[in-house]
Design a protein around this ligand. Structure first.
Ligand SMILES: Nc1ncnc2c1ncn2[C@@H]1O[C@H](COP(=O)(O)OP(=O)(O)OP(=O)(O)O)[C@@H](O)[C@H]1O
Ligand SMILES: [Mg+2]
Length: 464
């Protein structure tokens, strides 16, 4: 080995040692109690977040993390099931800091919550990033000033999302959250897409990678998959890891799109972890730490330096109840919410975006006045119809009684046509503005029913 090469290798080891400091002091302990997912260890000294290994009979050691302590005993949560763990098993501290390995080699790869490749190919990463991020000086953040082309007409034209914005996609189960996220993954113009699939069905991971991303989509994406059958620790770590990976690419000056499906599953996994650490529940079984961690996670997106993280989090609204505490917290912490409507999905209108209930708080900063005015007309017509829907469908409304309602009835079909977009068809920002202009012109000229073909003419087939 040449002298320079030797020095480089030594430096690399020295760097890794400082980034992944080894434990000092009491680095061994014994397992004294296992109750569900809660493991109690005595004799070990390590801080919260330290990574440990627990010896198992005839099996590979079990990875675990310190999540709390009670007196002299440390409380651990494990990455896998506790099968094979015996009383007084030896517990070792592996590392006292929670760092994530990152690097350009992650592009096109699918990893689990612990960063292990799920595609069974070797993965060599050369940098470390803090799992739970660094606190940012708010003055280092830049304002949102440019729109992101999502490739979805209803979003581009009516709920414009800015580069660096954080948006929630709210809906009950089975309304099309994952499908819409898949469309944005394929069609958006972000440089890198980091996808965190949390607590979803295992088969959905393969479907997402093969159908939603495809070969080409995967080339500019990183997928962190922690399906429902993984431990709560893995599900929570998967979300932090995906965010750390997004931060790595952001720091390279790239525009990153971070998609998390779903933040509700993150909250539920964190609830399991904190309940097992003895934290008391406060609302719907959720513990106070859940309510502090969600803003921490969300705050890591945004524009910092030359790069940005635009984040979209799906929020499962149980029983379509928009007052769910997690939905409520997410709505308050995010810069916009896109609500999907079960009624529209039932009527076969996909993506089932409820324009009346959805808001992009950054839209006014990043769009022109003309665009905003046209979008407002669209929303008013949509909302007027929705508010009088029962009267209209019962036949209780008499045409001519109210001009606004008359226009909303005339424009109903064109509005639905505007919102409809096949799952394999992309649009682009410029053509969406033209379609919105066509709609506004048709409304202005008082045409009873603006031609639907003039609205959808700009739709383009998805790129192969
Ligand atoms: N754009 C679309 N075009 C046609 N059908 C769709 C579309 N989006 C959703 N669907 C239908 O709705 C079903 C559920 O969609 P999806 O899995 O995206 O919902 P979800 O909200 O993510 O569900 P879950 O809450 O279970 O995660 C799909 O299997 C499909 O039948
Ligand atoms: Mg889904």
């Amino acid at each position: 080995m040449s002298n320079t090469h030797f020095q480089l290798v030594s430096q690399r080891f020295a760097d890794l040692a400082t980034k992944n400091p080894k434990p000092q002091g009491n680095a061994f302990g014994r397992l004294v109690r296992v109750a569900g997912g809660r493991l109690e260890v005595s004799g070990l000294k390590a801080g919260i977040g330290a990574r440990c290994q627990i010896d198992r009979e005839g099996m590979t050691p079990l990875n675990a993390e310190v999540i709390g302590f009670e007196g002299e005993r440390l409380l651990l949560a494990c990455e896998d099931t506790t099968a094979g763990v015996v009383p007084s098993a030896l517990v070792r501290v592996e590392t006292i800091s929670d760092q994530v390995s990152v690097g350009d080699a992650l592009l096109g790869r699918i990893v689990d919550g612990a960063g292990r490749p799920l595609d069974r190919k070797p993965l060599v990463l050369d940098e470390c990033y803090p799992l739970r991020g660094k606190t940012l000086n708010p003055l280092d953040r830049s304002a949102i000033s440019e729109p992101l082309d999502t490739g979805v007409r209803a979003l581009n034209a009516l709920l414009t999302i800015g580069i660096g914005q954080r948006v929630g996609l709210f809906a009950g189960s089975g309304i099309g959250k994952s499908t819409l996220l898949g469309m944005i993954t394929r069609f958006s113009n972000a440089d890198v897409v980091v996808v965190s699939l949390v607590g979803e069905r295992g088969r959905e991971v393969k479907e997402f990678v093969e159908d939603s991303l495809g070969q080409d989509g995967l080339k500019r994406a990183v997928v962190v998959a922690t399906p429902a059958d993984t431990s709560p620790l893995m599900r929570v770590s998967g979300c932090w890891r995906a965010t750390a990976i997004a931060e790595y690419y952001r720091d390279q000056g790239l525009n990153v799109l971070l998609l998390m499906d779903s933040i509700t599953r993150f909250a539920q996994a964190q609830r399991e972890l904190s309940l097992s650490a003895g934290e008391p529940p406060v609302s719907k079984g959720y513990t106070p730490s859940v309510f502090s961690m969600i803003p921490n996670l969300i705050e890591r997106a945004g524009i910092v330096g030359r790069g940005s993280i635009t984040a979209i989090y799906t929020v499962l609204v149980e029983g379509d109840d928009l007052q769910d505490p997690i939905a409520d917290l997410a709505r308050a912490s995010l810069d916009g919410h896109v609500v999907l409507s079960r009624q529209m999905a039932d009527a076969g209108v996909y993506p089932a975006i409820d324009i009346e209930k959805s808001v992009s708080r950054s839209m006014l900063q990043i769009t022109e006045q003309k665009h905003q005015d046209q979008a407002r007309v669209f929303r008013e017509l949509y909302a007027t119809y929705e508010q009088n829907k029962d009267l209209i469908s019962l036949g209780a409304y008499r045409q001519g009684s109210d001009n606004k309602i008359d226009s909303s009835i005339a424009c109903r079909e064109p509005i639905m046509e505007f919102l409809r977009q096949p799952v394999d068809t992309s649009t682009d920002f410029a053509s969406d503005l033209v379609a919105l202009q066509n709609f506004a012109d048709a409304v202005d000229s008082g045409i009873e029913s603006p031609s639907s073909s003039s609205l959808s003419q700009e739709i383009m087939p998805a790129q192969a």
